[in-house]
Design a binder for this molecule. Sequence first.
Ligand code: ADP
Ligand code: MG
Length: 452
Amino acid sequence: MEQIWTEIQNEIKEAIGATSFNSWFSRLTFLSIDNNTACLNAPSNFIKDTVLTRYASVILDAFKSHGTDIRNLSISIDERLGIRLDEQLEESRSDFSTDRPVEHPPASSQDDISNLDKRFTFQNFVVGKPNEFAYAAAKRAAEVGDTLQFNPLFLYGGVGLGKTHLMHAIAWHIKKNNPRKKVIYISAEKFMYMFINSLRSKSSMSFKELFRNVDVLMIDDVQFIGGKESTQEEFFHTFNELVDNNRLIVLSADKSPSDLDALEERLKSRLGWGLVADIHPTTYELRLGILQSKAKRLSVAVANEVLEFLACKITSNIRELEGALNRLVAHATLVGIEISIDIAQEVLKDLLRSNEKFITIDVIQRKVCEYFGVKLSDMKSAKRHKNISKARHTAMYLAKQLTTKSLPEIGKNFGDRDHATVIHAVKKVKGMMAEDREFSADLEILAKVLES
Ligand code: ADP
Ligand code: MG
C-alpha cells in the first residue's frame, strides 16, 4: 500500500504542480488502511483541513484508480512532524476542524451534481451592489437555451464572496428546468487530476470522451490550475473544443483571467473571451441583508441590533459572517441565553479581533485626513476649524462603525478626548448624513476604501 501511496503522491504532484504539492502533501504521511478508510497523518490542523477540503476527492479518486476499495479519508495530527509558526497562526484563524473521517459520495465522472450544496440556490442568494452583476450574469447563463450569448462565464472575486454559491445555483437551475442536461461541477484540482490521469493511462477513456456528453462544465477555483506547459496546452485544446461544440463553460477564480500568473498568456486570454464578472468586497448593506435572510431561517430570534453589530464588525467575507452567526446561535442555544451584543462580543472575540486587524483607528484617521485634506496633527489638536471638525467627527464615526474599540479608547486616540465627545461626533455625523446626500456619499466611499 505504501507503494501505491508513493505513486499517488507522484501523480498528484504532477497534477497540481510542485509548489502546491510541497505545501500540502510533502509532510503528509501514510499510516494505514482501516476498513475502507485511508488513514494519513498531517503535521498541523491547517494542513489537514486544507487537504480535506481541497484535495479529498482527488486523493480518493486516486486510490480508486489504483484498484483499492478506499472510500473515506481520515487525517490525524502528529505535531512531531513539525509545525511552522505561520501555520500555527493560520491554524488559530481557521474555524473548521473535524476529527471524523470525511465521507465523500462516490465520484461519478459523468453527471457530477451529487457534490452540489442544496442551499446554494439563486433563491438563497442575497443580491446587493457588490454582486449584482455577477448574479445577473449567472442567472443569464443558467437561463439560456441552446444558443449561448457568451461562453465561458468567468466569475471572480475574493474568498468567501459567493462564487461557488453562484456556480451551484446555475447548476441547480439548469437541472431543474432540464433534468436531461448533463452538468458537471468540479474543482480545478480535480479537473487537472482527471486530465493528467487520462493522459497517462492510455487504456482508460480519454479526457475528451469523458466530457463529450457534457452540456455544462463548471470548474471552480481555476487559480489552482498550473502545472506544465504541455498540460496547459492540452487543456487549451480541450477547452476550445467544448466551446466550439456550444457547451457552456463556467469558471471561477480569485483573480481576473489576466491576473492568473501561473497560466500561459494564450490560455489567460482564452478564459476571458466570454463574459467576465467580478464580485466586489461586501458592503454593510449586503452583509446586513444576508444576515437578515439567514436569521429568518433560524429557530431562534436574533435581534436586529445584533445583526447590525455583526454586519458592521465582520467585514472580511460572507463565509466568516455566516460562521459568526452560526456560532452565536449555537452558543446561545446551548447555554440558554438570549443573544445580545454583549454576548456576541464575548463569544466572537477572536473573530472580531481578526476582522479588526485590517482597520485600525490610525488607518481611519490617515484616510479621512487625506480625503478632507486635513493634517493628522490638526485632527488630533484642539482646533475647531470647520473642515477639521468635520474630518475629526467623520473619523470618530468611522472608528466607532468599523472597529471594535470602545468609546473612551476612540476618544483617547483623538488627542485625549472623552467618550462623550465621541458620542457627540457619531450623532453629528448621522445628522449630517441624513441631511447632506453628498456627505453621505463621501462616507460610503471612505468606508469602501477602508474596507477594501
Ligand atoms: P467563494 O466560492 O467565493 O469562496 P462561497 O460561494 O463558498 O464563496 O460563499 C461562502 C458562503 O457565503 C456560502 O455559505 C454562501 O452560501 C454564502 N454566501 C455568499 N454570498 C452570498 C449571498 N449573496 N447571499 C447569501 N449567501 C451568500
Ligand atoms: Mg469557492
